[in-house]
Design a protein around this ligand. Sequence first.
Ligand SMILES: [Cu+2]
Length: 109
Amino acid sequence: MRILAAVIMAVAAIVFSSPASVAGETVRVGMNKNLYEPRVLKIKPGTTVEWVNDEKRTSHSVFFEQEGLEESDRLFPGESWKRTFDKPGAYPYRCGPHPEMTGTVEVTP
Ligand SMILES: [Cu+2]
């Protein structure tokens, strides 16, 4: 029984440490030192992502250019912007003023 308990604990640790989100949940992506953190975010359908500018003085945006969407407003330090993802897929994006600043949202069922 002790071994069984250890196996259950190990499986639980793996399951609960996976970066999965729950539908209706809001997950934060920071923007700091010209990087999105985390750069690759894995979520479940129905999750809202909130990008928050954690810089002291640099402004950023969130631009899903490849989807042909409009760029977000310019986000000044402390400001944020949200998008909800309902369909599975990979959603690459970048910062408008800093094209080398990129990230991806991966939505998996
Ligand atoms: Cu930027």
